[in-house]
Write a protein that binds this ligand. Sequence first.
Ligand code: NDP
Ligand code: X2W
Length: 313
Amino acid sequence: MKIQAVLVGARGYVGAELISILSEHSSIDLIAASSRELDGKPVEQYSKSELIYGDLSPQDIVELSPDLVILALPNGLAEKFVKPLDETSAPISVIDLSADYRFDPNWSYALPEVHLNTVGSRISNPGCYATAIQLSVAPVKDLVDGSISCFGISGYSGAGTTPSDKNNLDLLKGNVMPYSLVNHLHEKEVSHHLGLDIKFSPHVAEYFRGISLTSHIPLKESSDIKRIKQLFQEYYQGKPLIKLQDEPPQVASSAHSHGATIGGWSLSSDGKHLALCCALDNLLKGAASQAVQNINIAFGLPQLEGLQVTSVR
Ligand SMILES: NC(=O)C1=CN([C@@H]2O[C@H](COP(=O)(O)OP(=O)(O)OC[C@H]3O[C@@H](n4cnc5c(N)ncnc54)[C@H](OP(=O)(O)O)[C@@H]3O)[C@@H](O)[C@H]2O)C=CC1
Ligand SMILES: CC(=O)N[C@@H](CCC(=O)OP(=O)(O)O)C(=O)O
């Protein structure tokens, strides 16, 4: 019996990626895709069966009695859909791709390569920058002394489809736009989940998809590149979505890939300042692919089902 899923926020950039992935997934079928703007139109990317976008209320979703509800809505809207699902006796799992439950201890915050917690029936998917930061820092977490500093650049799809300066192509033309230089939500998210002091300055650029993140990590003791690389290799052994390479990863090579690439390890002459880079696709490992990876884990399916691995070591 296949898992029957409802997708809410199906018109958005992340929703569209989820539809494409689930079109190829052999164990999960979409039974409904919600969008107010596209209500009544066919879901053209979904190839398994005829599917029409609907403007579904939270109660409509409960009545469909699916196995799984996937929420890909802007921040602050999830509770309206989660509350009636919590109140029903039907065993309906929920995965939320927004930031709304990332600090809630009753939800499983699930970045599979880093947090090996058991995934329950309420899953909170990490943020895109937060994924890149945690993948970059986790292997050397125990060596850190002081504040880590991360510099990120994202394509404008990171800002979603609601018009703002961060997805305004007139403002972005020939430009890189810094924003939220302190207190970005992902700064709090990674500091909370890694238990480290992490500073993060995001930027958005004119290209569509992909994140390039550079992390500066102060170390307690002098180290050497061979040891650092070995720590990364050991940490990511058997985790096929993470590719390691000597050269700094390029954002263009990670676009359209379900995984993340880490590399460019560099040490200062005293061996106590480590810098490294991570590139990933904000819409895939930063959102939709990671969500499908988490759903697979929650339902006991092979972790990479539906995710064609384009970048393996
Ligand atoms: N873009 C990215 O790189 C990443 C995004 N995320 C998170 O994923 C979520 C989705 O992001 P993204 O796809 O970029 O966002 P978009 O702005 O592209 O899409 C938002 C979706 O939500 C729907 N929506 C908006 N407002 C409402 C509402 N009031 N009630 C019901 N539906 C609504 C929209 O459809 P309609 O208006 O037709 O109903 C649309 O389908 C966000 O929480 C974002 O923070 C996480 C990681 C990366
Ligand atoms: C370019 C851009 O605006 N990027 C978004 C990150 C998208 C994301 O991961 O958002 P959530 O944490 O809300 O899921 C931002 O900086 O807020």
